[in-house]
Design a protein around this ligand. Structure first.
Ligand code: SF4
Ligand code: SF4
Ligand code: SF4
Ligand code: FES
Length: 950
């Protein structure tokens, strides 16, 4: 538990190694060159009054409150904009300075409401603090003159209010939006007395380009910009540091609390992944945790047509265990399994795989990473030797060329996108390979030099043609390859890509990307300095997802762009703990730490620790579980935190498989789509209600800390433990930290990780072991994890999913900033104000051909099924390609996706579905059935007294 006041040093830290010594108020201090006088004074504990400065933003020097005297300098310079100099002598307090500061404050206060006692910022208002600090006792100008005290409030944003009457025009908000967020939504319009903050062209915040990241709210020194929850509840009295449960950036937050109630989430300045920044989801969209849909009591039923019955924990767990044992006795040991989620903590995932392997006695455990980044794990392991990204996020600040492939960072990884934009504004050059025009292609002060607008499904053809240019134009980093990579595999790969059939000219007809663009992009990546590749699900969710990951690794190795800061191969993991869930052994073939179940030594290690014999054969993957269920061989499933009925492809196939099972146990916060097919519901806990860790996209392990008691009585890991004990495999962990201790004992890459070390260091990037006791920000320095880097031949094999006269368009899918994954959390927040339905983006030419106009209902049919969405006619997509998000279950995006999948990992080919689009007037047959089924299932819940609100 922490105080809610964080020290503000006034200006950002400088990181140089050269130091400068100066004297401030008689005390000597040495600080890095470039540090401001204000920061140096703050480091000495001397508080110089300030209003327009904050250590999250570059100094601006507008308020004139921070004036100091400097020996040998004329007048009173502003300490925030004056850099230190060797031998400088600074005086921060004397009568002359005090008089000037008081005069400045008088002017501010004469045009500021004096409603401090009822103001939401009372007690933490910097203006109020500064009035006290300078000893303001009277305002000689009075309060009657021209002022802004009646300026209107803007309450358009659901999460914060702009009360212009309190604005001191310090421009901290404008600079936060520019520097930190990179959206440039705010400006100071007019001059002098008429100066005022304006959003976009002086419209409301909701109508402007604002993306509701909250950086301006955090920067505001007064109550002008305040969180609505702060206005409603008043200030917090303590705070706890925890980690966002949304995306793979893994932002650190201070949960500011009143008792067990959250007042607001404030991004942690010391957060290693986010450095005090956030997006709309992590900062504001936490209302789902107390939403009235939340189920907090266990329930069971015999058939999915029966009403749910509230039962005690003991009965629910006893019933679930008895059913699992009955099924195994009747259908065999392999007839049951478990699915864990990338939303769970590492400790929870570890326990689920332990329950399955040791308690169920088989390896039928899988995770939702199956459907997103499993090709990353496979492809990077094969080439580089480790199933993880190579860099930390900060590495991007040293990149000269940023190459984004199949990712949309401003929507999927917004805080990292802001950092990336900062680097791009500094001059790094940008290449984007994406079928759709993502925001980064052109955004304020950022423009991609090359947008390789490829046809969905042709990634491997594109990467081979980029490699062809590098090899055939002599752009290979021969020294790097000679020193660091396998000679034979390189030569084989070189011969393969050098073949004329891979040239950009030959591939143009396949990829749709002009050859000249491919050549120019390849040259830029290979010769532009540090080249860093960032990729997402647009790479992995293909029939050749693993091949493409290998192709990316090949390209990075061939150009020497690996093994130092500023370069690398960086998968942008979608969910908060995709990396962690994979690390924790949630795939059927691997123990924690990516060790194959057939490896005798590893198996013996876990057998020794868990006291049981373990199977050496890999278990069933999620799609195999469905097949086995439909074949009558797989009958029982424990699902923790995952919603396979919404997120897996070919929904009708999935729901048929679920209906074929005899006992489905769902552990979740809500009656999600999968729970509608369940027989046991175990109410889970939100990230606010438990201890544990998440591992973000940069392998960074961060603490999740309990800020309130679990609403259902148990944290999720405790529920798994109860179930394990009930099926006869004893578990006896007293705290999540003990689970991490066991993980560290059994997993070499986690050897040095413990809750205590995490508390000391803030976060740790694995590998963390004797060689790297504080973790490893950059991997493969000097040597690849597998020794020599291995090149692999990446033959382009066109997808089986072909367009034809019946299905002439290609559907591809993606995310939007305000919603998250299946939407179970964000749909239960005010984020719906930005995105309340999934729409079908269609190019104007394709729309016109079909008589479709913006807003029309469009029927989309594929070989798997049909659904209906409203049209959004936009040139963001290219002709022949349509696009949708998948955040709402009734959209049925996965009713139309097929069960084609990656050859190596079974990751579904979500990004390529051949479809037809036609104007329609009513929902699809599936949507009608879905609505009916949903109403029935909600009806079956009505009589159970299990909701948080009841
Ligand atoms: S809204 Fe706040 S941060 Fe922005 S100019 Fe006004 S007082 Fe400063
Ligand atoms: S909330 Fe973020 S995007 Fe919106 S104006 Fe403030 S800083 Fe800019
Ligand atoms: S960027 Fe991701 S981790 Fe950070 S606040 Fe947003 S959703 Fe949370
Ligand atoms: S804090 Fe230095 S001029 Fe405002």
């Amino acid at each position: 538990m922490q105080s809610i006041v964080e020290q503000d040093f006034g200006t950002p830290a400088r990181l140089g190694t050269k130091t400068v010594t100066l004297t401030i108020d008689g005390q000597q201090i040495a600080v890095p060159e470039g540090t401001s006088v204000m920061r140096a004074a703050a480091l000495l504990g001397s508080k110089i009054p300030k209003l327009c400065a904050t250590d999250q933003l570059e100094a601006f020097g507008s308020c004139r409150l921070c004036l100091v005297q400097i020996e040998g300098m004329k007048g009173l310079p502003a300490s925030c904009t004056t850099p230190v100099a060797q031998g400088m002598k600074v005086t921060t307090q004397n009568k002359q300075i005090a008089d000037v500061r008081r005069g400045v404050m008088e002017l501010y206060i004469s045009d500021h409401p004096l409603d401090c006692l009822t103001c939401p910022a009372n007690g933490h208002c910097e203006l109020q603090d500064m009035a006290g600090a300078v000893g303001l006792r009277e305002v000689r100008y009075g309060y009657e003159g021209a002022n802004h005290l009646k300026a209107a409030k803007d309450t358009s944003n659901p999460y914060f209010t702009f009360d212009a009457s309190k604005c001191i025009v310090c421009s901290r908000c404008v600079r936060a939006c520019d520097e930190q967020q990179g959206t440039l939504a705010l400006t100071i319009q007019n001059r002098g007395f008429d100066s005022q903050v304006a959003a976009s062209q002086n419209v409301s915040f909701m109508e402007s380009e604002c993306v509701s990241c909250g950086a301006c709210v955090q920067a505001c020194p007064t109550a002008t910009l305040s969180e609505n929850t702060l206005i409603e509840k008043g200030q917090a009295e303590h705070s706890t540091i925890t980690t966002c449960a949304y995306c793979g950036v893994g932002c650190s937050f201070r949960a500011e609390m009143q008792g067990e109630e959250i007042v607001r989430m404030v991004p942690n300045k010391d957060g290693h992944a986010n450095h005090g920044h956030s997006c709309v989801k992590g900062r504001f969209a936490i209302g789902y945790a107390t939403h009235s849909d939340r189920i907090v009591k266990p329930m069971i039923r015999s058939k999915i047509t029966d009403p749910w019955r509230e039962v005690s924990w003991q009965e629910a767990i006893g019933h679930a265990a008895a059913e699992l044992k009955r099924i195994q006795a009747k259908y065999g040991r392999n007839s049951i399994g478990g699915i864990t989620s990338s939303r769970c903590t590492n400790e929870e995932t570890y326990l689920v795989q332990q329950l399955v392997r040791a308690g169920f006695g088989n390896n039928n455990v899988d995770t939702c990473a199956r459907v997103c980044h499993s090709p990353t794990g496979y492809g990077l392991k094969q080439t580089l030797g480790e199933s993880a990204g190579t860099q930390n996020f900060d590495s991007v600040m040293k990149a000269d060329v940023i190459f984004i492939i199949g990712a949309n960072p401003t929507d999927g990884h917004p805080v990292f996108a802001s950092q990336m934009k900062r680097r791009l504004r500094e001059g790094a050059r940008l290449i984007v390979a994406d079928p759709r025009r993502i925001d980064l292609v052109r955004t304020p002060h950022v423009a991609a030099e090359h947008h390789l607008k490829l046809r969905p499904g042709t990634n491997v053809a594109l990467i081979n043609s980029l490699a062809h240019v590098i090899v055939s134009e002599g752009l290979v980093n021969e020294d790097f390859v000679r020193a660091r990579c396998e000679r034979d595999s390189f030569e084989q790969w070189r011969r393969f890509v050098a073949d004329a059939r891979h040239s950009p000219e030959a591939m143009e007809a396949v990829t749709g990307v002009p050859a000249a663009d491919v050549r120019a992009a390849a040259r830029l990546y290979a010769t532009g300095g540090n080249g860093a590749i960032y990729y997402g699900l647009g790479v992995t969710e293909h029939s050749q997802g693993s091949t493409m990951v290998m192709g990316i690794a090949n390209l990075a190795m061939a150009t020497g762009n690996i093994g130092r800061e500023g370069v690398g191969v960086n998968p942008l993991r979608g969910q908060n703990n995709v990396q962690g869930s994979c690390d924790m052994g949630s795939f059927p073939h691997e123990f924690p730490g990516y060790r194959h179940v057939s490896d005798d030594a590893t198996r013996r290690l876990f057998e020794g620790a868990w006291g049981v014999d373990l199977q050496s054969e890999p278990g069933l993957r999620i799609p195999n579980m469905f097949e086995a269920a439909l074949d009558g061989e797989f009958k029982g499933l424990y699902i923790e935190g995952e919603d396979i009925a919404q997120s897996d492809p070919n929904t009708q196939h999935v729901t048929a498989a679920l209906m074929a099972m005899e006992c489905i146990i769902v552990q979740d916060l809500f009656l999600n789509e999968s729970a509608k097919f369940a027989h046991v519901f175990l109410p889970g806990s939100s990230f606010l209600e438990k201890d544990g860790t998440f591992t973000n996209a940069e392998r960074r392990i961060s603490r999740v800390r309990k800020v309130m008691q679990p609403k259902s009585g148990y944290a999720d890991w405790e529920i798994t433990q109860l179930l394990s004990n009930a099926v006869g495999y004893p578990m006896n962990y007293g705290h999540a930290s003990q689970i991490m201790d066991e993980i560290a004992r059994l997993t070499p890459t986690f050897k040095g990780v413990s809750f205590q070390r995490l508390d000391e260091l803030g976060s740790i990037q694995w590998p963390c072991n004797d060689a790297h006791p504080d973790g490893t920000p950059t991997m493969h320095i000097g040597e690849f994890v597998r020794g020599k880097g291995r090149f692999l031949v990446t033959e382009y094999v066109p997808t089986r999913e072909k367009v034809n006269a019946k299905y002439p368009l290609i559907l591809t899918t993606g995310r939007i900033l305000s919603q998250y994954n299946v939407g179970a959390q964000t749909r239960r927040t005010e984020n719906n104000r930005w995105h309340s339905e999934d729409r079908l983006e269609i190019h104007p030419n394709d729309a016109e051909e079909r008589g479709i106009v913006d807003g029309d209902w469009v029927g989309i049919s594929s070989r798997a099924g049909e659904t209906v969405l409203r049209a959004q006619v936009t040139a963001r997509v290219q002709p022949g390609v349509v696009y949708t998000t998948f955040h709402f279950p009734e959209s049925g995006a996965n009713v139309i996706t097929t069960d084609n999948s990656d050859w190596a990992t079974n990751c579904p080919e979500y990004k390529v579905t051949a479809v037809q689009a036609t104007r329609v007037t009513q929902p699809s047959e599936w949507q009608k059935r879905f609505r009916e089924f949903t109403e029935t299932q909600e009806g079956l819940l009505k009589d159970a007294d299990v909701l948080v609100s009841k």
